[in-house]
Write a protein that binds this ligand. Sequence first.
Ligand code: M6R
Length: 614
Amino acid sequence: MCGIVGYVGDRPVVDILLDGLEQLEYRGYDSSGIALKCADDIKVYKAEGKLINLRNTLKSHVSEVSSSTMGIGHIRWATHGAPTLLNAHPHTCNCGNLVLVHNGIIENYKELREKLTAQGCVFRSQTDTEAVAHLVASKYAKTKDLTEAVRLATQEIEGAYALCVMHNDYKNTLVVTKRNAPLLVGIGEGEFYVASDVPAIIKHTKKAMYLNDNQIATITPEKLVLIDKDGNELPQKIEVLPWEPVALSKMGYKHFMLKEIHEQPDVVRNILVGKLHAPDEPIVLNEVKLNKETLKNLNRIQIIACGTSLHAAMVGKYLIENFCGIAVDVEASSEYIYRKTVTDAHTLVIGVSQSGETADTLTAIKQAKAKGSHILIITNRPDSAMAREADSLVPVNAGIEVSVAATKSYTAQLMAFYLLALYMAEIKESVDVPTMTSLKAEMMLLPQKIDQILSNTDEVQKCARAYANTKDFIYVARGINFPTALEGALKLKEISYINATGYPAGELKHGPIAMLDETMPVLSILMNGSVYEKLLSNSEEAKARNARMIALTNSNDEKLNDLFEHIIRVPDVQELFSPVIAMVPLQLLAYYIAEFLGKDVDQPRNLAKSVTVE
Ligand code: M6R
């Protein structure tokens, strides 16, 4: 969701910006633009759609831009106003001297717009961002100091922002700042890079500084000066990024999503390394700071997350309640932050996020932290804003996930919950030793079971072809696989745009059964275990309404052959681990349907990988 890059140094800037933006493409966007300091003027170039359109636009301007060594760039995911050229960033003040890019949402942009219009500013776009450009310019007119103008302007802005600003009066200065949106500065030799995320800069430098909220950095090729919102100079915390330059390569797969699905056996192996050595050894979670005392003092756990991470959280609730006997509530972060929650120092709050930057979850975490709760973060990005808020951390080590549809990060989050729930159970001694040993042994077998699924996808592909043209799809399950039904439906919706819904199967007869007829596929996630027979009966009920029945199962039950038109088989597994196994074919089903329909699998319409606006 919106990506910012910036550069100031002595090298030609155009390719640095374009390559940086390309590394941020995975965030999701619908237009792009760059601004370059050229000779005496700042030049702005924009394009609708994919980055290739911006590259093509620039081809006819090579001579005027090739010597520029300072610039800013942006990919925009539209929030205010359609993804048009006028609304694309960078935005300028009326005289064109001040130019900026923005990530986030300015909540009071209407008030600012009215005030600035009354002062004579003429707005050309529908964006919230343009108000910031005029506002900073109006402060600059008075102060003639770009840093001070940015500082004063941010005091009038409400909402979330990462900003990168340049001005025609400054040959080689960028001013950057942020609040509730990601931004980091990469440090080179006589040069600095600005970016919303590490992939945009990692090929140039591993030295970087993450800005904290309300800090302002003024950057020239020689130095960086950091101040707080009151203008006081701050010490700089420079970090070495624990990243290798990431070749965002599909490694021969047609799409990143398919590659990421196939990485899952290794993702499971990776997360277990160093945390679970053998079935009879305790689980090691070095960055989790919970002990017998803290667990005894807890009266509830709240898990907050969005989208796919929310579905992992629902499995997490099931596991923690089952193994530890502590009450767990799961809530979408966007709901949690707008109500009076019962959260205090006796609440453990677990935030789950692939990116660690999702605005709703970040805000929820901050709210809970302010109430004195212990904050535990499960994330794929230990360098993220959420991780920086954490008292305890479980990094899921899934590697960068490029496809907007989350796959391997979901599996890694599930694994994090197995480890965490069993870790807490060990502290609480709430699971007997033989059971614990058998659970750990099963967990260690998961990679090879996923490998088995991935080595033969014929039935899933057949199923995908059979149902690709359906308009609707229902996924049903019970118990620990109800979240699997939700996640399976979400995957299909996201990348194929088919209207898919997940239901707890027992709820079918309370309403949704009215929709069933011979046009409606119903996919039952029929995993062996406590609810198998119940779900089988619910599937019979659906079949009796002529629905087109598909089973995803690890059962050899012969009854299934008469009941289901298609059967996708997976290896047997203990019920509690079945969400890991059941999800893989559902990811593949969504993938093959979308691929069959010719959809943009990795960058589905309207979606962003990292949702940094509330
Ligand atoms: O980075 P997060 O896990 O916090 O992201 C949450 C959701 O935005 C994300 O899971 C989204 O639903 C994905 N598109 C799912 O495929």
